[in-house]
Design a protein around this ligand. Sequence first.
Ligand SMILES: *Cc1c(COP(=O)(O)O)cnc(C)c1O
Length: 356
Amino acid sequence: MTARAIINRQALRNNLQQVRNVAPDKSVLAVVKANAYGHGLVNVAQELDQADGFAVACLAEAQRLRNAGIDKPLLLLQGALDKAELELAHQLAVELVVHHSGQIELLEQADRSKSFRVWLKVDTGMHRLGVALRDVDACWQRLLDCAAVSDRPRLMTHLANADDVADQATLRQVNRFYDLDMAAGTECSIANSAGILAWPDSHADWVRPGIMLYGVSPFTSGNGEAIGLQPVMTLTSQLIAVKTLLKGATVGYGGTWECPEDMPVGVVAIGYGDGYPRHAASGTPVLVNGQRVPLIGRVSMDMLCVDLRTVPEANPGDQVILWGEGLPVEEVAHYAGTIGYELLCKTTARVELELI
Ligand SMILES: *Cc1c(COP(=O)(O)O)cnc(C)c1O
């Protein structure tokens, strides 16, 4: 197979610097969950040695980082889910999010030799993880009293609508957070990428950038390059066949696209088996030798077809870019009815990651 994801390390460092520029003097927890949004967990963490710590979704991710010798603070975003996880979290020296009282109970039952740094997660309006506002005081007190909680607990929340810069729900969430008494006396974290870029009031002490580190815009329109970010992943493959189809010929499974005239059609060695979205519609842009051409017909598992009428000189072996440098993943996502986040983290194990 020839599908490769080229990972641009300089772009990654640039994007971290953009976080620092926008949120100066804040500590940065770089979010590297889901294999660093598909970019390769360990490589990304090694490259982001200027981050103050890393946030992961699950312990397996934390373990991979520790095994690779990463010794920075690691925050487990879902917290420990049972006793065995708490034990492993301790071995790995992972900081824990605590988002419901059962997790406090686990800590209260932990043996006295163990201690953890914890972040109490408060639900200020996302209504996914987090302690309800009415329960925060009681949970906070229990954490203060808990022998297994080493330092002063920290406080965090997550924004539900920060990607919509016109939605005042974000400010309501931020205000609810700062209305909590303990927010003034401890280290706090609110902002994801959209918060960092659009809502300075959400910066608090620790920011938690994910998608922007990878060069992609968190917003509902536009793309990362327009806001000073550089795409980190460029997904590439090559043409493996070029043919002339006659007027009326249909392309691919289901024959959903019909040639309006005799025309050159290229076959690209990439498909949904590599994580290219099957829902990408005819017309989705693809770069062949740096020029935009439209995808035609249905995406198959290992291949997709493109209309080469504007690049008739293209040959098998020529380079194809599916997203990244010169073609924002946000745009492809739009044609596939999804968001850049999903496309990035869905590239499959068959796609070789190549660091440059
Ligand atoms: C994934 C995640 C982030 C990062 O979000 P982006 O939109 O990618 O910046 C931050 N905080 C939490 C709790 C997350 O789950």
